[in-house]
Design a protein. Structure first.
Length: 284
């Protein structure tokens, strides 16, 4: 069993406070450092499933992990990739992280990515859920109404792991639209944050850069130095460029090979290379 401890900028209600990409990446690095050695590329699913508790900004709670049974959407009953849920009726200081097992529609890479995404929700969103459940009811609230409120994020399919968020719902009435728009904005931010956490957790910037440097020559892909950047200023000081007549094919093969090294899909590597600024000028 593994207990993780992490801290980041947050509000008095245990919600992330103005976290930009570097802060999300730093948080993912702090979590990863407690799970695998610094020189490890792959973060095994067997290691992740051993996480049993979290301490986030001083708030401690259990993490109930399951990867043994298909996960279904509570509203539609359809199978989904995974979900992260806090239900105070099941456990006042426990969060569930459920991921569908390898099988039809669920590859090993997708299971690993889904776990990383839902762990991002557990790290960034679950503390606020738990804190909210401990707030006393308002003057006009029923005493047991707030205690029963459950919070849940659901990963429906692989597209959810690359989407920045969801579309605002249509509603009548200006106030209703404003409230709904604010909720949808919070959802989009939460999903983006969980995806960025997943990416940095499973494929850290520096490990990916080192893998590209080592493996690019084997696939006819060259490294082009970024002007004006000194090596000690940033871990990413180059972009990749394809040379041969099959440039896109060579780059795709490189990404697939690196993906195997990290235990993720080649498309996952493509996204991380783009996020880390390695793909500018990649076309031959």
């Amino acid at each position: 069993m593994t207990s993780l401890s992490v801290a980041y900028r947050h509000s008095g209600h245990f919600r992330p406070l103005f976290l930009k990409n570097p802060a999300i990446e730093e948080t993912a690095s702090a979590v990863r450092a407690q799970l695998v050695a610094e020189d490890a590329d792959r973060l095994p699913l067997s290691t992740l499933r051993e996480i049993s508790s979290l301490n986030v900004n001083g708030l401690s709670f259990d993490l109930w992990v399951s990867l043994d049974h298909p996960v279904t959407d509570h509203e539609t009953g359809e199978q989904v990739c995974g979900l992260c849920e806090f239900d105070p009726g099941a456990g006042e200081d426990a969060v569930s992280l459920l991921v569908s097992p390898v099988g039809e529609g669920m590859t090993e890479e997708l299971v690993l990515s889904t776990f990383g995404h839902e762990l991002g929700h557990a790290v960034f969103d679950a503390p606020g859920w738990i804190a909210d459940s401990k707030v006393s009811p308002g003057l006009f609230d029923l005493p047991d109404q707030q205690q029963r409120k459950a919070y849940r994020t659901t990963t429906h399919d692989i597209g959810h792991l690359t989407s920045p968020g969801v579309s605002p719902a249509q509603d009548e009435g200006l106030l209703a639209r404003i409230v709904e728009a604010e909720r949808e904005k919070e959802k989009r931010i939460a999903e983006f944050r969980a995806n960025e956490f997943m990416g940095s957790l499973l494929v850290p910037r520096r490990r990916l850069v080192e893998a590209v440097i080592e493996m690019a020559p084997k696939y006819d892909v060259t490294l082009v130095a970024c002007p004006g950047l000194l090596e000690e200023e940033a871990p990413t000081t180059f972009t990749v460029k394809t040379n041969g007549p099959f440039g896109d094919f060579d780059l795709e093969n490189l990404q697939k090979a690196i993906g195997k090294r990290f235990g993720v899909h080649g498309r996952f590597i493509k996204v991380r290379m783009a996020r880390y600024g390695l793909l500018s000028g990649a076309a031959g």
